[in-house]
Ligand binder design. Structure first.
Ligand code: FAD
Length: 430
C-alpha cells in the first residue's frame, strides 16, 4: 500500500513498535498526518528498564524515556498518550478512541503489545510489571515490608521478567522467593546448561528458587499474603509479583473481523487480513521466513524492527520481514545475549563456563545453527545471528572446536565448508 503524501496514518500503541513506526514514517519522508494513540499515560519509554533499573532504583523514570517530549512535536507527530483505540471500523477506515474522538485513516498500524497474565483468583492484590506506573506500588509495598526488617517478596513465575524482578528486588534488600511451575527457571528461553547456571547465580545471591511447584492457594495473614503450594509448604509475603507471561492485546482487532490467532495475523509485510491495516511488535503473529511456520516474538529489538517494517510497508516498500530475533536480559549485572531460536535446537554446544559470565552456547538441529546465547561475547553472538539468518549447514565438528572463529565463519562461510541450504530445506525446522 502507498499512502498519499497528504494521507493520515493512525498508530495504536505508544510502545517501541508504535513509536518506531511513527518515527520511521517521518524518516522515510512521509509528509501527511501521523497520529499515535496510546492508553499508557507516559511518553514512549524503554520497557526493559521497568524490571531492571526502574525497579532497583538505579535510574529515574525520565532516564527511561525513549525520546524527549519535544522530539514528537518537532516531527509533527500527534502523540495522544492516555487514550485508547476502542474500536476499529475497517469498512469505514476509521477508529474510535476512548475519549470519543473518531479518526479516519488511510493506513492503520496496530502496535498494541500485550498485557501480563494475571492470577486474580489467587492474588487479587498481586503485582504485575509491564508499565512504568507498575513500579511505584511494588516499591512502596517492599518499603513498607522493610520497615519490620527485610521485606519478603514472592515471585510467581521464573521466566525472564520474574528473574529480573528477583535480581532487582535483591538489590533493594528484599528476601526473595521464586516459585516456578516448570522443572527449571527460564525454561522457555534458555537451554538447560545456561538456565542451570542462572539458577546457581540467583541462589548464590540469596534468591530462594523452587521449581516444580503447584500453587494451592493464598490468603490474608495479618495484612500480608500467605502463599501455599500443594506439597504443604507456605511463604508469607509483603508483596507477590505474578510473572507468568503475557496475553496479546488483539481483542479490538478480532472484534473488527481481522484474522487473529494468539496475536494479530500478518503477512511478511506486516499486513493484516484487512486492507490498509497493519500490525507490528509483540501483538503480531508473522511468518518465520527462516524456520517456517508463524510466531509471535516478545523482544524489544524485534518490536522496534517490526514497527519500522510496518511503516515502510505502509509507504509502499515490498521488503519482506525476515529478521533473526535477538534479545538480552540483565540479572545481577550480568548481561546475556540471545539470538535466533535456541528452543529449536536439538543439540547444545557450550564454549566457556555459563557460570562465570564468559561463554557462548550454540544450538543446532540437523547441522544447522538455529540459536546462540552468550555472555561477554557480543561479536560471536552477532556472527552467529548472521549464520542463523543465512541458514547454511555448518559442520558441527568445527562448531565444537575450542578455537572456532564464528566471526570469520560468518564473513566467509564457504571457507569453512558451510554448504548453502537448499531452498526446499529452508523452512523445514519447525
Ligand atoms: C518488564 C519487562 C522487561 C523486559 N525486558 C526485556 C529485555 O531485557 N530485553 C528484551 O529484548 N525485551 C524485553 N522485554 C520485552 C519488550 O519490552 C517488548 O517485547 C516490547 O516492549 C514490545 O513492544 P511493543 O511496542 O510491541 O508492545 P508494548 O511495549 O506492549 O506497547 C504496546 C502499547 O500499546 C498500548 N495499548 C494496548 N492496547 C491499546 C489500545 N487499544 N489503544 C491504544 N494503546 C493500546 C499498551 O498499553 C502499550 O503501551 C521486557 C518486557 C517487560 C514487560
Amino acid at each position: 500500500m502507498t499512502v498519499l503524501p497528504d494521507g493520515r496514518v493512525v498508530i495504536a500503541g505508544t510502545g517501541i513498535a508504535g513509536a518506531t513506526a511513527a518515527e520511521t514514517l517521518r524518516k522515510e519522508g512521509f509528509t501527511g498526518s501521523v497520529v499515535v494513540v496510546g492508553d499508557d499515560p507516559s511518553l514512549p519509554y524503554r520497557r526493559p528498564m521497568v524490571s531492571k533499573e526502574l525497579l532497583s532504583g538505579a535510574a529515574a523514570a525520565d532516564k527511561a524515556l525513549l525520546r524527549p517530549a519535544d522530539f514528537w512535536s518537532g516531527r509533527d507527530i500527534d502523540l495522544r498518550a492516555g487514550t485508547s483505540v476502542r474500536a476499529i471500523d475497517v469498512a469505514a477506515a476509521r477508529v474510535e478512541c476512548g475519549d470519543g474522538t473518531e479518526l479516519p485513516y488511510d493506513a492503520l498500524i496496530l502496535a498494541t503489545g500485550g498485557r501480563p497474565r494475571r492470577l486474580d483468583a489467587l492474588f487479587a492484590d498481586g503485582h504485575c510489571l509491564r508499565h512504568m506506573h507498575d513500579v511505584a506500588p511494588l516499591r512502596t509495598a517492599l518499603e513498607r515490608g522493610a520497615a519490620g526488617g527485610a521485606a519478603s517478596l514472592v515471585i510467581v513465575g521464573g521466566g525472564l521478567v520474574g528473574m529480573e524482578v528477583a535480581a532487582s528486588a535483591r538489590a533493594l534488600g528484599a528476601d526473595v522467593t521464586v516459585l516456578e511451575a516448570g522443572e527449571r527457571i527460564l525454561e522457555r528461553v534458555l537451554p538447560e546448561p545456561v538456565s542451570a547456571a542462572y539458577e546457581r547465580l540467583h541462589r548464590d545471591r540469596g534468591v530462594a528458587v523452587h521449581t516444580g511447584v503447584r500453587l494451592a492457594g493464598a490468603d490474608d495473614a495479618a495484612g500480608r499474603t500467605r502463599v501455599r503450594v500443594t506439597d504443604g509448604r507456605e511463604w508469607i509475603a509483603d508483596a507477590v509479583v505474578v510473572a507468568v507471561g503475557m496475553t496479546p492485546n488483539d481483542e479490538s482487532a478480532e472484534r473488527a473481523g481481522l484474522a487473529v490467532a494468539d496475536g494479530i495475523v500478518v503477512d511478511e509485510f506486516c499486513a493484516t487480513s484487512a486492507s490498509g491495516v497493519y500490525a507490528a511488535g509483540d501483538v503480531a503473529r508473522f511468518p518465520n521466513r527462516i524456520l517456517g511456520g508463524t510466531e509471535r516474538v516478545e523482544h524489544w529489538n524485534h518490536a522496534q524492527a517490526h514497527g519500522a517494517a510496518a511503516a515502510r510497508s505502509v509507504l509502499g516498500a515490498a521488503t519482506p520481514y525476515e529478521e533473526v530475533p535477538w534479545c538480552w536480559t540483565t540479572q545481577f549485572g550480568r548481561t546475556l545475549q540471545i539470538s535466533g531460536w535456541p528452543g529449536a535446537g536439538a543439540e547444545v554446544i557450550v564454549h566457556g563456563d555459563p557460570g562465570d559470565g564468559d561463554f557462548l552456547a550454540l544450538c543446532l538441529t540437523d547441522d544447522r545453527l538455529v540459536g546462540a546465547l552468550g555472555a561477554g561475547r557480543p561479536r560471536e553472538v552477532r556472527a552467529a545471528r548472521s549464520l542463523i539468518g543465512d541458514g547454511p549447514f555448518v559442520p558441527r565438528e568445527l562448531l565444537r572446536r575450542d578455537d572456532v572463529d564464528l566471526v570469520e565463519m560468518a564473513a566467509t562461510p564457504e571457507r569453512f565448508g558451510a554448504r548453502p541450504i537448499a531452498e526446499s530445506h529452508r523452512n523445514a525446522v519447525t
